[in-house]
Structures are given as C-alpha cells and as structure tokens.
Design a protein around this ligand. Structure first.
Ligand code: XMP
Length: 515
C-alpha cells in the first residue's frame, strides 16, 4: 500500500541497530516514516517524495573498503537531511570535510552543549545528556558547515549547513539515553522539514480498508487466526473491508493456553460476527507428538500438521483466492528481498510455507506497521484489551514449555500453572510491563512433603522477561510477594506439582523459551 500522505520522512539504513527505532520515534511524533536500504536509487527516493531524509548510523567506518555510500546527488535534492553518527561522517566525507579515526571508540553518555539558536536545537537546555557510540569523528567540516554543538571529547558533535538544510549529529537522538532526543527529532520534523503530524491510526484504517477492497474485489479470503494480536487485527481489517467474503480458520492444537479457544470464538464469532471455522485438532496433534522429545522435532511436527489441517479446511471453502497474513513492518525490513541476499537474516520461527503451497495471493494489511501501531489499530477497531495487549505466544505453544515428552496430563498441569502465573502478574499490575511471562513444566519429579505425606511430583518453573523484540531479554525482578502468591497457588491448587522455581537467566546466554 502506498500511504497517501504528503508528510513523510525517509530513513536510509546504513545498518545501525537503531534504524528501526528512528522510524518508530518519528511515527510516535505522528509523522509517517519508511526505511529504505542506503543504496536505493535516486529515482525511488524522488518517487517517495519525502519531506526530509535521515541517514542512519551504521557499524562501518567511512574508511572501510566497501563502506556504504550514497549518491551525492542526494545533497542537491533540496530536501532537508539529518545524518546520525555514520550518517554524519558520510556527509562530512562526501562533501569534502575530513573524518579521522578516534584513538578509542567513544561509547556511552556525554554532556552535550547545543547551539540553541540553531532550529535543530530550539528550546533545548543549555547542557543535555546524549548517547554516543562512534569510532570516527569529524576533524574538519566541509565548506559551508558550522559547528552547532560540542562535548568535551568531541568538539564537533553536531554541524549544519544552513543554506543546504543539512544537519548532522555525532550522537543518537533516537535512543532513550539521549534526554532531549525526541525534541531534536521533533525540531527536525516540524521546524526544519515543515511536516504536519498527519500519521493517525484512524486514517490508516480508512486507507487500509479501501486498499483491501481494491486488491481483493469480490474474491474470497481466508485467514488463520491464532488468538494473537497480529492475526486478530488482520482479520478485523479484512472483515471491515469485505465482510462475509472472509473466513477465519482457528485450529485448536491442544497446545493453547487455558480458555484461549473459547475467547477466540467468543470474540470473533459472537462479538464481531466473523465467519469462523473452528477445528478441534487436539487429539491429532497429541498423537503426532507422542514419544517426541526433541524440541526442533516438535516444532517441525506442529508446523507441518498445522499446514495439513489448515489446507484441509481451506479446501472446503469454495473459490478462495487470497490468504490474509499478519506480516509486520519489522518482518518486511528484515526480509531478504529488502536487504538483498547478502544480509544476515534472523531465523523466523513462524509457521511458513502456506501461501506457496496453496497458491494463494497474499493480503498483508499490517506490512507498514510496527507492533505498537498494530495494537493501536486493534484498540481503534474495538479488539478486547486482553487480545490487543497479549504477550507473544510461540506457534508451537505449550509443546515447547512441556519439556521432554508431552502428555495430556502434563499439558493440563502446565495450562493451569500458566493461568495462575498470568493471573497473579495481572493482579499486580505488571502484565504490560513484561514482554512474556509463563510457566514451564520440567520432566523431573522431586520429593516434597504435604500434610503428613511424602510427595513425589513435578517441578514448575516460572519465567518472566522484559525485551524490546525478543532478540535479547532480561529476567524480571518480580516482587517477592508476587512470586510467593504464584508459588502458593500453583502448589495448593494444582495436583501433581510440589515445587516451583524461578528462572533468573537473561538472553543471552539463555533463550526466552526453555526448548
Ligand atoms: P527464544 O526462545 O528463541 O524466543 O529466545 C524468542 C521469541 O520467539 C518466540 N519463539 C517462537 N515463536 N515459534 C514461534 O512462533 C517458535 O517455534 C518459537 N520459539 C520461540 C518466543 O516465545 C519469544 O517471544
């Protein structure tokens, strides 16, 4: 979909870990932003019609062989430019300045003194903490540039060419450690690029619905609902566009959380009146998983079985031409087609292969959105809070939290324990502050004593982590009383468990899931 907005910012990606963060911060300021690879053609840049261009940071040095460059025609487009870190060094080098390798990498907080007369630093404090992370620095600015800010170690920490409307920062305004970073970005957007804050989820819904109608016409669409926020919002948008020509398929694989399938049926069928095919495939999955202990084997079986079940059900619906999928913007920019084949691609866990196998065309209405925007769209469409804010839940579900061999018995224990963990965390008001919280059932039994009796029962582990994207994570310092209630309730209410432990491992070295 092309977003029909005139106020857009283009971010050229030089490989910084913060590139997506820049895009998100700009959207938070209600201006639409898109990321393109640094080597996108000038023609495509013009076609996008950005009101401003940001050159991201990156891991390279401008002196590296094969360091990423942009065509210098970009500086003559008469579009304001903001270079960040590597982006700054690139501007300096390409426009005739001198960049030198610093003796040692400057990394961490620095006290920045901005020239508050410059529009980029309008209304900023006289001194402000910023986040530095660079190896090279500017020794001599290109002609026409003036220094507009310094730190003790880096005399030229910011520079500008007032006539060309080019600005550059040695530090990262997009990260939370830069105290007035959002103000700097806001100044760039509104004072320099003259953008209006036009990016709103309500308008997104209107365009998206129009687009789906145009793309799909009167053809039929199917959508695999998982109960998570992405597939739920996808289904709601498509339903808003084409009504009963959408059929959702929800597969209960027996590996879902307590009450999950009832919730999905209640929400989508009863509340939103969406055509829903509910497939009870619990026994089928359990049979296929019988005796399997290897985690990757479990994943493979569950993935393949899901495709088979889904295909069977989809074939029962006549004339289906499209498959609606909840692909998000971060998936798009991480993909091979975006970065080129040389990029290191994060391995995706999700069940893939459906569209190719079934020869369906894709409808992906969330391709432009970040996760927080998907949640905002969900809220706007009336999706219950419980689904809108649900923690990520892995495709293989409880199978990879029931360590070792899976049995109905162990799954039942796990489902109850998991429900208690979540209830207590919600009760303590911590749910939204946590990325994922869950229970794991271990394949060992330990000795305990209950009343006068010796017990020999399962161990349940509790895991709670904070994370931004699941790639790294830290364990949550849950208050002792919350841990206490979780432990008491699990042991008192669930037969078959006599010990609860808490996982205090971050990622890395641990993973979030136990399998
Ligand atoms: P790990 O355990 O690799 O998890 O640190 C990172 C994130 O991915 C989720 N995860 C999965 N999601 N299928 C999925 O759809 C999977 O097989 C899978 N394995 C892990 C995990 O819950 C966390 O959010």
């Amino acid at each position: 979909m092309t977003v029909p907005l005139t106020d857009k910012i283009l971010i050229l990606d030089f490989g910084s870990q913060y590139t997506q963060l820049i895009a998100r911060k700009i959207r938070e300021l209600r201006v639409y932003s898109e990321i393109m690879p640094f080597n996108v053609s000038l023609e495509n840049i013009k076609l996008f019609q950005p009101k401003g261009i940001i050159l991201s940071g990156g891991p390279s040095s401008v002196y590296d062989e094969g360091a990423p460059l942009i065509t210098s025609d970009i500086y003559r487009l008469n579009i304001p430019i903001l270079g960040i870190c590597y982006g700054m060094q690139l501007i300096a080098k390409q426009l005739g300045g001198k960049v030198s390798r610093a003796d040692k990498r400057e990394y961490g907080r620095a006290d920045f003194i901005p020239d508050t007369d410059n529009p980029l630093f309008k209304d900023m404090s006289k001194r402000s903490l910023v986040w530095m992370s660079h190896g090279d620095r500017i020794e001599k600015m290109p002609e026409g540039f003036v220094a507009i800010g310094s730190t003790e170690n880096t005399p030229i920490s910011a520079m500008a060419h007032p006539k060309l409307n080019i600005f550059a920062l040695q530090f990262h305004p997009e990260v939370a450690h830069t105290e007035e970073g959002l103000k700097i970005l806001s100044n760039f957007l509104f004072s320099i690029c003259k953008c209006n804050p036009t990016w709103k989820m309500s308008s997104f819904i209107t365009w998206s619905v129009d687009n789906i109608r145009k793309d799909v016409g009167n053809k039929k669409v199917i959508c695999a609902l998982s109960g998570g926020v992405d597939s739920s919002v996808t289904a709601l948008l498509v339903h808003k566009a084409i009504g009963d020509n959408l059929t959702c398929i929800f597969v209960d694989n027996g590996l879902l959380r307590k009450g999950e399938s009832e919730k999905v049926i209640d929400t989508f069928e009863r509340h939103f009146h969406i055509k829903l095919v509910f497939v009870d495939a619990r026994q089928r999955f359990l049979d296929r998983l019988s005796g399997v202990t290897d985690p990757e084997q479990k994943r493979k079986i569950i993935g393949n079985e899901f495709i088979s079940v889904f295909e069977e059900e989809a074939h029962k619906i006549e004339d289906v031409e499209f498959l609606a999928q909840g692909t998000l913007y971060p998936d798009v920019i991480e993909s091979v087609s975006f970065k080129g084949p040389s990029a290191v691609i994060k391995s995706h866990h999700n069940v893939g292969g459906l569209p190719e196998k079934m020869r369906l065309k894709l409808v992906e209405p969330l391709r432009e959105l970040f996760k927080d925007e998907v949640r905002a769209v969900g809220e706007e469409l009336g999706l219950p809070e419980e689904i809108c804010w649900r923690h990520p839940f892995p495709g293989p579900g409880l199978a990879i939290r029931c360590l070792g061999e899976i049995s109905q018995d162990k799954l039942n224990i796990l489902r109850e324990a998991d429900a208690i963990v979540l209830e207590e965390i919600k009760k303590a008001g911590l749910y939204r502050k946590i990325w994922q919280a869950f229970a794991v059932i271990l394949p060992v039994k330990t000795v305990g004593v209950m009343g006068d009796e010796r017990t020999y029962d399962y161990v349940v582990a509790v895991r709670a982590v904070t994370s931004v994207d699941g790639m790294t994570a830290d364990w949550v310092r849950l208050p002792y009383d919350v841990l206490g209630s979780i432990s008491n309730r699990i042991i008192n209410e669930i037969k078959g468990v006599n010990r609860v432990v808490f996982d205090i491992t971050s990622k890395p070295p641990g993973t979030i899931e136990w399998e």
